[in-house]
Write a protein that binds this ligand. Sequence first.
Ligand code: GLC
Length: 550
Amino acid sequence: MKRVSSHVSLASEAEINLDLSRLIIDKPRFGLERKRSFDEQSWSELSHRQNDGFDSVLQSPAFPSGGFDSPFSMGTHFGGPHPLVNEAWEALRKSVVYFRGQPVGTIAAVDHASEEVLNYDQVFVRDFVPSALAFLMNNETDIVKNFLLKTLHLQSSEKMVDRFKLGAGAMPASFKVDRNKNRNTETLVADFGESAIGRVAPVDSGFWWIILLRAYTKYTGDVSLSESPDCQKCMRLILNLCLSEGFDTFPTLLCTDGCSMIDRRMGIYGYPIEIQALFYMALRCALQMLKPEGEGKEFIEKIGQRLHALTYHMRNYFWLDFHNLNNIYRYKTEEYSHTAVNKFNVIPDSIPDWVFDFMPCRGGYFLGNVSPAMMDFRWFALGNCIAIVSSLATPEQSVAIMDLIEERWDELVGEMPLKICYPAIENHEWRIITGCDPKNTRWSYHNGGSWPVLLWLLTAACIKTGRPQMAKRAIELAESRLLKDGWPEYYDGKLGRFVGKQARKFQTWSIAGYLVARMMLEDPSTLMMISMEEDRPVKPTMRRSASWNA
Ligand code: GLC
């Protein structure tokens, strides 16, 4: 295994600035400084860097101000290298997929024991993200670049579901290498949802692609990829799909069920938090990478406007804490006009009983979904963690999300981090919402199952909010089971104690997620790959009134 050496491309990023004129003029700036080993820099040097999402981390008393002895010793927080790390790297390497001799991604699961392969033999875009981060941190950048380029080219394939053509910007959910032994040829075949169970296009794929492009650029300091005409076009096509005008009255993105990590019917249609958080993050990443010349300029303007509205909407209407819950509980209904307090006409009787017990006095979270007369009160891990790392959550909201995880540790972390959502739906609700899905029974799979892959996102959120001890606790829980159980895809049960009913073994993102979590905790500066700093408050433009010079 190669030793991880550090990256320090940490120059300031072009933040969301709601003063649009600045956005257009400012070129996205990435640090061009090449990789140096962490040992060459002092911790204090790092702590002076701005705008990379570390400020809060490094100022936190949880991190030693004098610096870590050896950030790559795998011992800072753990007291020695863990045998699992080598095992994990070995397993991750076995999942690498080659196309014409080049590594282009990782297969979803290398489970030889499983009878049904389905599409677990494919490279999934969302599944590859933790693999990519692990490879980047290990200075194996080629596989990430190849993946970005291959998926970019797949974007231009013809995408048909029966006789209906999908939007040009759609990115594949997954792809595989088709090998013709007779002709000795290899081709890449993508699935944009036309073969997927349920025939749903993955809305998250394009967002993950943009987020990964930024991570690659940030880590390597190589701007040539993101600045290439192909990558610029790919980003514009993805954005075109979600920034076009329609009948929307909200800045959030309207989606169908099954369009993200939860790729089956689970009642997340509407405005699911997972997609809204990824949308926000991808918009901010794109803003840093889009060139302001030509068509890019128009997109930069549109992104600025959308972010302005999206941030307001999410922070106000999706946010739930004790205080807000009490307000909703006392809502009046059928209010008409601009002065309405209960804007979406949520009927207080629709608040499920469990929320009143679940909501601690200290803490809060982003709701699962908000649409007319509908609030999905379920807690979803991915959306809330992404909200923290992308700074969609204000610093206060980020602290509150972490407080809630701490207060509800048994429910959300239990014996295996991390619950995909809480709580599970059962009985009649399960029948109606999932369509009697036998895979999504209560406390299993997407319905309240525990997914080890989410460990890396939890760790990133912990580091961003200055709570490494919390991440350490979660990682140690995972370490006590993962290898022994053969790196399962998910665990079942209220506490996540049982290997999932139909969980694949040697699930790649469980392996990579663990490695990323561990490496990130050992070297918190790696967080900058996927972290964004708090957006600046809108600066009122000072203008002289017409009467000034009169
Ligand atoms: C399952 C998951 C999905 C994942 C795929 C491959 O369908 O729900 O999120 O991408 O498996 O691992």
